[in-house]
Design a protein around this ligand. Structure first.
Ligand SMILES: [Zn+2]
Length: 172
């Protein structure tokens, strides 16, 4: 008989209460972006949705899960639910059923994902990005990072070899 793979428990973010959500999210101390995108923590949240969730929660993508206060956990929990419900509904109306787990491309109706340089729908400040590998994190510096620019393209060129190649590298 072939060896069985390790059993991985996937949590559906829409099926957990706030306590379970916090426990799953903060199981390891790492960036919010990485925790939300980790398919072994929550299934169905990819790069696009995690950008949208963090925007609606008003939290930085590089904030550590270990630094969340109860109010921030509550905001993240609500933002996760409303974002996933909203996009599931949009997807149903568009193609008739199923969860849009393949939405990794940009979508015009998203607030910050794929909107680098465009005005934030809440505050009109230009959406920023952190580029890594062939992907990028989008966020609003006004709504999410207290006005701080985490990184931009010119900075990434300056840093060259030091620039994060993956979301994992953002943690160092
Ligand atoms: Zn904003």
């Amino acid at each position: 008989m072939p060896e069985l793979p390790d059993v991985v428990v996937y949590l559906e973010a829409l099926e957990v209460d706030e306590d379970e959500f916090r426990a799953a999210l903060t199981g390891r101390n790492r960036t919010l972006k990485r925790a939300l995108c980790d398919p072994t923590v929550f299934s169905g949240i990819g790069n696009a949705y995690s950008d949208e969730i963090l925007f609606h929660a008003g939290l930085s993508p590089v904030q550590r899960t270990g630094n969340l206060d109860p109010d921030e956990v509550a905001r993240l929990y609500e933002a996760t639910r409303t974002t996933l419900v909203d996009w599931t509904e949009r997807h149903r109306q568009a193609v008739g059923g199923g969860f849009p787990d393949k939405v990794t491309a940009f979508h015009d109706d998203m607030a910050v994902h794929g909107k680098y340089g465009q005005p934030c729908p809440e505050c009109s400040v230009a959406v920023q990005r952190i580029v890594y590998a062939d992907n990028e994190v989008n966020y609003c510096p006004q709504c999410q990072t207290d006005g701080r620019i985490l990184a931009d393209r010119s900075l990434s060129r300056l840093l060259k070899d030091d620039w994060p190649r993956s979301i994992d590298d953002l943690e160092d």
